[in-house]
Design a protein around this ligand. Structure first.
Ligand code: PXP
Length: 252
């Protein structure tokens, strides 16, 4: 196992802190630059329907900065026509379609592609035609993975939240069952020709078993890194995560 896993740093919660005061500081753009310099391969941002953290102008600025640096913006968005118009305008290199409910604190589950195929597939097609690589954020469920492969999406991002919660709650049996499902899901997705990403809830403790799944090509990590940055700085938090990912993959 030698291939390097890409790290996308999600900077949404830098914007959460900024918005708590309604001022311009701290700037998620600055966080994105520090993350790239510390070993992130790309930057992930979720433009939510209620704009609770990332704003339209953040997307505009991040998109221009990343384009200039030749690094990808991974735009997370709900499957709505408003978001589709924004994505078509900015043409981010990567789009991750996620489910979204206004009242949730974070993205709580994966997309129901198995039941939503006829609604999701046309979005995938338009985004792809516009030059974005499309990923679907789903649970490691064989039905969802199979449905995802029929939408034309090139990537699935497997939801790691249940695994990370089980580890944090000390539920070892549950954690190993969910990890086994992630492994099986990654193998199934790769066999269907999908690139496999993973994300949600990952911290220093949970990153190694996920990064060690051979098919995983990219991890998207946000909340923990922004929280850890309060204590050690963002540069240190991202480089330590990078180091742990590489170590799990037999490097470094
Ligand atoms: N991947 C997706 C699709 C997400 O929606 C999120 C949360 O915005 C993440 C990764 C990052 O999750 P966390 O902030 O818990 O690291």
């Amino acid at each position: 196992m030698t291939n390097r896993v890409r790290l996308g740093v999600n900077i949404d919660h830098v914007a959460t802190i900024r918005n708590a005061r309604g001022v311009a500081y701290p700037d998620p753009m600055r966080a994105a630059i520090v993350a790239l310099e510390a070993g992130a391969d790309g930057v992930t941002a979720h433009l939510r329907e209620d704009r609770r953290h990332i704003s339209d102008s953040d997307i505009e600025r991040l998109s221009a900065m990343l384009r200039e640096r030749g690094r990808p913006l991974n735009l997370e968005m709900a499957v709505t026509s408003e978001m589709l118009d924004i994505a078509l305008k900015h043409r981010p290199p990567a789009v991750c379609l996620v489910p979204e409910r206004r009242e949730e604190r974070t993205t709580e589950g994966g997309l129901d592609v198995a039941h939503g195929h006829n609604w999701i597939a046309p979005f995938v097609e338009k985004l792809r035609e516009n030059g974005s690589r499309v990923s679907l954020f789903i649970g490691a469920d064989p039905l969802q993975i199979e449905a995802a492969s029929r939408t034309g999406a090139e990537v699935v991002e497997l939801h790691t939240g249940a695994f990370c919660d089980a580890v944090r709650d000390g539920e070892a049996k549950q954690a190993s069952a969910v990890l086994a499902a992630l492994r099986t899901g990654a193998t199934q997705a790769a066999s269907l020709g999908l690139e496999v990403h993973a994300g949600h809830g990952i911290d220093y403790e949970t990153v190694a078993p996920i990064a060690a799944i051979p098919e995983v090509a990219e991890l998207n990590i946000g909340h923990f890194l922004v929280g850890e940055a309060i204590f050690v700085g963002l540069e240190e938090a991202v480089s330590e995560m990078r180091r742990r990912i590489d170590a799990a993959r037999g490097h470094g």
